[in-house]
Design a protein around this ligand. Structure first.
Ligand code: NAX
Ligand code: ADP
Ligand code: K
Length: 525
């Protein structure tokens, strides 16, 4: 599992070392790691000697890291320039930079655009304006410099610790921000690098160890990301004597005459993701389409038989189908069964949901949901609000509903009502296509059906994640998001990185499950 921390957690962990006079050592480690990363990137394009690098340096320790790194690069033959954004910068770092032969320029009111033109053509730019000590975003000439540079599309931007202007704790972005190709972060991943919109500005994230990593382990992560091994360990796996009922049966109330495809995709995705059986409840015309695509499924329009979990809401429209979803929701609540609550069913929540109800809104649906809750304030929450502060709003929704909430997006966040949050980002932007969310619903439903009866006892699978039992539902939802994202990326890769349909995402699911299982050295069923 990859853990991400707030800026404050990182700073608190550094403090004992700073008190012991180790600050300079930490900075040297950070600067060395940063310089190595810049050199590595530049060398994929040309030789280091004679290549040019500009460091944009602010007045804090972040600027110090950047200047020391640029000094190291100058000593390796790069032509190094520093643009100083403040009258006072880290003195030892500036001295080291000058001693290594670097050239210094001063950012002043009126010269931001000129400096941007001067350094935009460089082989690398290091953004060391603001780090974890930032309050708010860039202002004045620094903001002008970054805005101009962003327009000039520099060849390679490496952010020092985090892109300047990004909130290390929340991923909220104060524009303008210089979008990085690579972020070299120190000691541990900052939470703002694993949630949008911050993650979208950070490029590839590379962690440099500076000596605080072990102490950091005692902190509760702000965000958690499952790796392929974690996902493989949690995925259900049939025992030798499994039968279709023991594998897990999923009940589905999805689709409608108007949105028939949602039912077809949800049911088929669930079958492909390993449900022992899928029972579909809906209008006859839709039932016929579902069976045409998935002859393995059962069409039970009125009272579906026994199930271990429900998938409710994707594409549900009209009185009759909404009534079926309502009945199923009531039955699930009474029987204490896990439920995926998607789209049309998000308006059917009881006053308080259990954590094994997993809501799967996109940003617009989450805004509507929050507005409908009595505890939300007077000011309406909009889609834009959710997209600017997804971590804040997904947590709020989980806390207020009692449900686990999976907020879909480029980075998908899953919040447990306890406050534990997972972040998965394996997908591709090609997955922003109609029906993609219906496939996710099917995959998640199938996982819930397969794990419903074992999740509380399955200590082995969740060992190492350090989770309370109540938070396992969030972990399982994160597994579904990961499988879905990997399937989308695999489907696109198969088409040379081209566009994909929701059906293509769905078709890739079994292969993704197979390879995740194989990675965990599981015996073949
Ligand atoms: N503490 C340590 O020992 C280490 C710190 N490291 C680096 O130090 C950084 C944190 O250093 P600092 O605490 O000095 O913080 P920053 O480098 O983020 O700078 C904070 C300074 O900028 C000013 N400032 C804050 N917001 C501003 C804004 N919006 N516009 C203009 N100025 C603003 C503050 O008044 C303060 O002087 C980390 O991100 C990391 O890069 C690393 O060297 C590793 C070790
Ligand atoms: N830019 C993106 N990059 C990666 N994945 C994305 C992106 N945009 C959307 N997705 C994923 O695609 C799915 C879209 O779901 P949703 O909005 O419900 O679509 P639909 O209702 O058409 O099925 C979600 O799983 C989401 O995480
Ligand atoms: K920075």
């Amino acid at each position: 599992m990859i853990s991400a921390f707030t800026g404050q957690q990182i700073r608190d962990t550094e403090q004992p070392l700073l008190d012991a006079g180790e600050g300079a050592v930490l900075m040297q480690r950070a600067a060395y790691g940063l310089a190595q990363a810049v050199a590595r990137e530049v060398k994929t394009r040309r030789t280091l000697a004679g290549a040019s690098v500009t460091v944009l340096a602010g007045k804090g320790n972040n600027g110090g890291d950047g200047l020391f790194a640029a000094a190291l690069l100058a000593r390796r033959g790069m032509r190094a320039t520093a643009v100083l954004a403040a009258a006072e910068v880290h003195q030892q770092a500036l001295a080291a930079f000058a001693a290594a032969g670097g050239r210094t320029l001063y950012l002043e009111p009126g010269n931001a655009e000129e400096l941007a033109v001067l350094c935009a053509g460089d082989d690398a730019i290091i953004d060391a304006l603001l780090g974890t000590g930032a309050r708010g975003g860039l202002r004045g000439p620094s903001a002008e410099l970054v805005a101009s540079l962003q327009e000039l599309r520099p060849r390679l931007v490496v952010a020092c610790d985090l892109p300047s202007g990004l909130d290390a704790n929340t991923g909220e972005v104060h524009w303008p921000v210089l979008e990085a190709d690579v972020t070299v972060t120190f000691g541990g991943v900052k939470a703002g690098l694993m949630t949008d919109p911050g993650e979208g500005c950070a490029g590839r994230v590379h962690v440099v160890e500076i000596g605080i990593e072990e102490s950091l382990e005692s902190q509760q992560p702000e965000l958690r990301r499952l790796t392929s091994r974690d996902v493989g360990a949690v995925l259900p796996h049939p025992g030798r004597r499994a039968h279709k009922y023991s594998r897990g049966v999923l009940g589905v109330v999805a689709g409608s005459v108007r949105f028939a495809g949602a039912a077809v995709l949800g049911v088929h995705a669930a079958a492909l993701a390993g449900a022992g059986m899928v029972r579909y409840a809906g209008p006859q015309t839709v039932g016929q389409l579902v069976l045409a695509q998935t002859p393995e499924a059962l069409w039970e329009p009125d009272e579906p038989g026994r199930v271990q979990a429900w998938l409710l809401g994707s594409g549900v429209d009209g009185k009759e189908q909404l009534a079926r979803a309502k009945d199923a929701a009531a039955a699930a609540l009474a029987a204490d069964l896990p439920v995926v609550v998607d789209a049309g069913a998000l308006s059917l929540l009881p006053e308080r949901c259990p954590p094994h109800w997993i809501l799967t809104p996109h940003a617009g649906e989450l805004a509507t949901l929050l507005d409908s809750l009595p505890s939300t304030g007077e000011v309406a929450v909009t889609r834009d609000d959710v997209e600017s502060r997804p971590l804040h709003f997904v947590r709020q929704a989980a806390e207020q509903t009692g449900a686990t909430v999976l907020l879909k997006g480029a980075t998908t966040l899953v919040a447990s009502p306890s406050g534990v949050v997972f972040s998965q980002s394996e997908g591709t932007a090609w997955m922003a296509t109609a029906g993609s969310g219906d496939v996710l619903g099917g995959v998640l439903g199938a996982l819930l059906a397969q794990c419903a009866e074992t999740i509380k006892d399955d200590d082995g699978a969740y060992a190492g994640l350090g989770l309370d039992v109540a938070d396992r539902w969030a972990a399982l939802a994160a597994v579904a998001a990961s499988v879905h994202g990997r399937a989308g990326s695999a489907a696109s890769a198969e088409l040379a990185g081209g566009p994909i349909t929701a059906s293509a995402i769905m078709a890739a699911v079994p292969r993704v499950l197979g390879s995740l299982n194989a990675e965990c050295d599981r015996p073949r069923p």
